[in-house]
Design a protein around this ligand. Structure first.
Ligand code: TPP
Length: 663
């Protein structure tokens, strides 16, 4: 607590014993509370969020900003009959706390614990499972259309941030909502921030619109003053009220949302519980689509988060990150290696520019922006646009580097295919957070990119094993006359000085090779270094395991790979992605085509939603940690007659995701 707490929170601790939260078992309990009790409840909820995020990590600033809004929504609407749809879902902590999950809130983002995002499996109050941005208007509208068709009651409320609104998907939803005219309630939670400052014309437009909040405050003061005038005060007040309505009508005609076919109410102070309750109580009776524009402060109530909402958007858990395999205290995150490599590339080549979709800091593009603001484009939460835009940049003669998290790149699969790959344009994609991602859970895992992109024409797919390879590939890719993807995890890189073999398109490199070795591990990305650690450990007990770093998932020089695999009796592939459609499956198919009869095992993730846990826990469950790799090669060596029965400690458990293709 101490690290975060301002004075206000120290005071709150004093009345923690008389917790109002303990009296809330569901949203209905909010209806018995007075406004001052609701305000106190907001403080308690804030404290609970801060304490938990400090321990477990998670989204802090967005959640602190949405506390009063959440309380007012649950006070007025009757969830789950009235469905609340949270866009992205990263701001749903207060909602979770108020909908019967306060006692489990300490398990947030832990393996087997509460998700950091809405999850239908967790509660009937969670309408959709989310994590990716800008879907709420569309999915809420669909739900409303279904309810309308099936003559079911209940209001549907979409809560969308100003950042999420900038996405094309939100605009598509707005357009369709205006067309259908169903009574969708769209709460626009405008804090002027995405993760960084909101960008783009829509954002500028919202700022202009919000400027009128000053007008409303001024008006409220005038009202109060006028009412104090003896005798004629009430008459003047009634006159002003009529005039105000007229002013309001003129103002709203100019409104973008009105043009889309929505009623518009706002802007409203999103931290004033009575104002929010008042407006929600009115709009719940409307029979047309309505936008309630709410202005909030990201990080509200916590000084540091209010001052620097970007740094407090998402926080890691209290314990330091556990370094990846083979790392030393000098190791660096892949993200940081990428950011520096991009700077060097930009220094060498003035055609190099960077593109990010609202993730400048997370991807490292912000480093380029700091140095050359005009060579870094933040396009907002608009992955599809980012890719098509990069196609244009490349067609125009630049060398764009587009940095997007693996999971969010799923949004732009078709733009990668049509606008970049088919057109063979030299765009370099840097997919950060590839592989098992961890605590953000199912929606954020980066395990599908290999299967999605490796089958696309002209597209090189590369996975650096370490920092050296990432930097080398940046140089290499920017000399290619074709597009390339480079995918790497949120992890620290091992940087052994030994791996300096030059890059050759479609070929990998041996990291361990000894005469007479009977088993070969083919590994993609940083798992190659885990395999090296295992190989070195087993060598001490006399077992020789060779390790080949595949480097490329596409293209693969099949003849070269087949020839180097030929001498081995057993082959294991390792990849930090789904096995189906992955490199292991392709290599297995190649062996079948070429009649390679080695015993073959492909390790990777099954095609089942990969739930939240630490990255280490996820790799371990899939048999992709050092212990799991040792287990599989020892098993194989034993079945091939090259090893003594393995020690008990290793034989206790077989990884559940393993496939045997022994022939
Ligand atoms: C498709 C997609 N791209 C990027 C992200 C990463 N992301 C999570 S929250 C967020 C900012 C959302 O801003 P806003 O909607 O204004 O909500 P706020 O955090 O400001 O409350 C971003 C970019 C995402 N979740 N989904």
């Amino acid at each position: 607590m101490a690290a975060y707490a301002g004075n206000r929170f120290q005071e709150m601790i004093q009345y923690k014993d008389m917790s109002l939260l303990d009296r809330i078992s569901g949203p209905a309990d909010l209806r018995d509370l007075s406004i001052s009790e609701l305000r106190r409840l907001a403080e308690e909820v804030r404290l609970r969020i801060i304490e938990t995020v400090q321990r477990n990590g998670g989204h802090l600033a967005s959640n602190l900003g949405a506390v009063e809004l959440t309380i007012a929504l649950h006070r007025v609407f009757e969830s789950p009959t009235d469905a609340i749809v949270w866009d992205v879902g990263h701001q749903c902590y207060a909602h979770k706390i108020l909908t019967g999950r306060a006692s489990r809130f300490g398990t947030l983002r832990k393996k087997g614990g509460l998700s950091g995002f809405p999850k239908r499996q967790e509660s009937e109050h969670d309408t959709f499972d989310t994590g990716h941005s800008s879907t709420a208007i569309s999915s809420a509208l669909g739900l409303l259309a279904a309810r309308d068709r099936l003559s079911q009651g209940g209001r549907v409320i979409a809560v969308v941030g100003d950042g999420a609104l900038t996405s094309g998907l939100s605009m598509e939803g707005l357009s369709n909502a205006g067309q259908l005219g169903l009574p969708l309630i769209l709460v626009l939670n405008d804090n002027r921030m995405s993760i960084s400052h909101s960008v783009g014309s829509i954002s500028r437009y919202l700022s202009k619109l919000s400027a009128s909040i000053r007008y409303q405050t001024f008006r409220a003061r005038i009202d109060a003053l006028v009412l104090k005038i003896p005798r004629i005060g009430t008459t003047i007040y009634a006159f002003i009220k009529r005039a105000k309505r007229a002013v309001k009508a003129i103002f709203f005609k100019e409104n973008l949302f009105a043009d889309y076919g929505f009623e518009y109410v706002g802007p409203i102070d999103g931290h004033s519980i009575p104002a929010l309750i008042d407006v929600f109580s009115h709009v719940r009776h409307l029979n047309r689509p309505v936008v309630v524009h709410v202005v909030t402060k990201k990080g509200k109530g916590l000084e540091k988060a209010e001052d620097d909402p970007e740094s407090f958007h998402g926080l890691g858990p209290a314990c330091p990150d556990i370094p990846g395999p083979g790392t030393s205290s000098h190791s660096e995150s892949f993200t940081s290696v990428f950011a520096n490599a991009l700077l060097s590339a930009a220094e060498r080549d003035p055609r190099v520019v960077g593109v990010t979709a609202a993730m400048g800091t997370g991807t490292g593009i912000s480093k380029l922006a700091d140095r050359w603001p005009h060579r870094a484009y933040d396009v907002g939460i608009a992955e599809q646009h980012a890719v098509a835009f990069a196609a244009g940049l490349a067609q125009g003669g630049l060398r764009p580097v587009v940095a997007i998290y693996s999971t969010f790149m799923q949004r732009a699969v078709d733009q990668v295919f049509q606008d970049v790959a088919l057109a063979k344009l030299p765009v370099l994609f840097a997919l950060d957070r590839a592989g098992a991602v961890g605590e953000d859970g199912e929606t954020h895992q980066g395990i599908y990119d290999l299967a999605l992109f490796k089958a696309m024409p002209n597209l090189v797919v590369f996975a650096p094993a370490d920092a050296n390879e990432l930097a080398a590939f940046m140089k290499f890719a920017l000399t290619l006359d074709q597009p390339a993807i480079m995918r790497y995890p949120k992890a620290f890189s091992a940087c052994p000085a030994t791996d300096t073999a030059p890059l050759e398109l479609g070929k990998g490199t041996f990291l361990r090779k000894s005469p007479g070795a009977s088993i070969l591990v083919l590994a993609l990305g940083p798992l190659a270094h885990s395999a090296v650690s295992v190989s070195d450990a087993l060598r001490k007990s006399g077992l020789k395991i060779d390790v080949y770093n595949l480097r490329f998932a596409a293209p693969v020089d099949e003849a070269h790979l087949a020839a180097l695999c030929a001498p081995y009796g057993g082959i294991v592939t390792l990849e930090d992605g789904v096995r189906s459609g992955g490199v292991g499956e392709s290599i297995g198919a190649m062996f079948a085509r070429r009649d390679n009869r080695a015993t073959f095992i492909a390790r990777g993730f099954d095609v089942i939603p990969l739930a939240q846990a630490t990255r280490e826990e996820l790799l371990s469950a899939a048999g992709l940690d050092e212990k799991g790799i040792a287990r599989v090669v020892l098993d194989m060596a034993q079945s091939l007659g090259f090893a003594e029965p393995r020690p008990q400690a290793l034989s206790s458990r077989r990884a559940p995701l393993e496939v045997q293709h022994g022939r």
